[in-house]
Design a protein around this ligand. Structure first.
Ligand SMILES: NC(=O)c1ccc[n+]([C@@H]2O[C@H](COP(=O)([O-])OP(=O)(O)OC[C@H]3O[C@@H](n4cnc5c(N)ncnc54)[C@H](OP(=O)(O)O)[C@@H]3O)[C@@H](O)[C@H]2O)c1
Length: 268
């Protein structure tokens, strides 16, 4: 099988999970998915498509750039002609619900990123598992856990929004669950950690688990300085009504992630 976006946080977790299965990995340098694939590339029997434009705010300024990667790039991956797993997002929903979104709920993305990911779902073609997950974090790359640890090293108190609720999901758990997805019929599946939290709850748990004294000041999204260009759903907890794999609770993912960060940082 082939993993795209292998330099990203999920791509790395997939490469690790499937290392013993003879997986081929391509980073952005090896295949920019907005271009045709390198002639010698052998996708095998399955593509785990983790390459994406993931800068939610930058997509507002350059929606066509985001679409080129998330829609056009996905069409290029689908054109390889083998089944694929496309990773999508809770940001395809508008956040107006107050109970978990299931697969049959209608998407209504509020941001350019969310729209590009939804169109990317359609570009995946007919031989695709569309795995919607949320609030990904892992030991490498840009994510909330690493940002909070960096801020905690600089200050005693961090202001964090307390009016957006979702399910923080550890990339290692999502990568492991990808094995089970292949046994399900093609289609859309919601695959996130058990439990939910606001960003402020998540930040407090990070500091507690890491043994840090840093305080969390709970603020509203409207109080964020500077204001974020892209709107985020106020509520985007996802659950499956179709028997998708259920991942461990997000606190368990956080525990594993911090242990892995200690290993990564120790090695650096
Ligand atoms: N992060 C989240 O909270 C979240 C939540 C739900 C769903 N998802 C979805 O999960 C998937 C993986 O996300 P992630 O968190 O692992 O993101 P990530 O860490 O940003 O990884 C994405 C990877 O794609 C690469 N990439 C960007 N443009 C590319 C291009 N044109 N060609 C080839 N590679 C390209 C990036 O390379 P550069 O670093 O060089 O740009 C990066 O290595 C994405 O589909 C994302 O939409 C993410």
């Amino acid at each position: 099988m082939l993993v795209t976006g292998a330099g990203g946080q999920l791509g790395r977790a997939l490469a690790e999970e499937f290392a013993a299965d003879g997986v081929v990995t391509v980073t952005r340098e090896e295949w920019d998915v907005t271009l045709p694939p390198p002639p010698a590339l052998d996708p095998g029997e399955l593509v785990l498509h983790a390459a994406a434009w993931t800068d939610v705010d930058a997509a507002e300024d350059d929606p066509q750039g985001a679409a080129a990667v998330n829609v056009g790039g996905t069409a290029n991956v689908a054109a390889l002609g083998v089944p694929l797993v496309y990773y999508s997002t809770d940001y395809v929903f508008d956040g107006g619900k107050r109970e978990p979104y299931v697969e049959s709920d209608g998407p209504n993305p509020q941001s350019a990123y969310g729209r590009s990911k939804l169109h990317g779902e359609a570009a995946s073609g007919e031989q695709a598992w569309i795995v919607r997950s949320s609030w990904l974090f892992g030991p490498t790359g840009h994510n909330f856990v690493r940002t909070m640890l960096r801020l905690a090293a600089e200050r005693d108190e961090v202001a964090v929004v307390d009016d957006q609720r979702g399910s923080p999901t550890f990339v290692g758990h999502l990568a492991a669950a990808t094995r089970q997805i292949g046994h399900l019929p093609y289609g859309v599946y919601h695959v996130t950690a058990e439990g939910d939290a606001t960003w402020a709850d998540f930040a407090e748990a990070i500091f507690e688990e890491a043994g840090l004294d840093t305080r969390v000041r709970r603020i509203a999204t409207s109080d964020l300085e500077p204001r974020r260009p892209a709107p985020r759903p106020a509520y985007s907890v996802l659950r499956s009504e179709k028997g998708a794999p259920v991942l461990p609770d997000w606190r368990e993912g956080l525990h594993e992630c911090l242990a892995a960060i200690r290993v990564v940082d120790g090695a650096e």
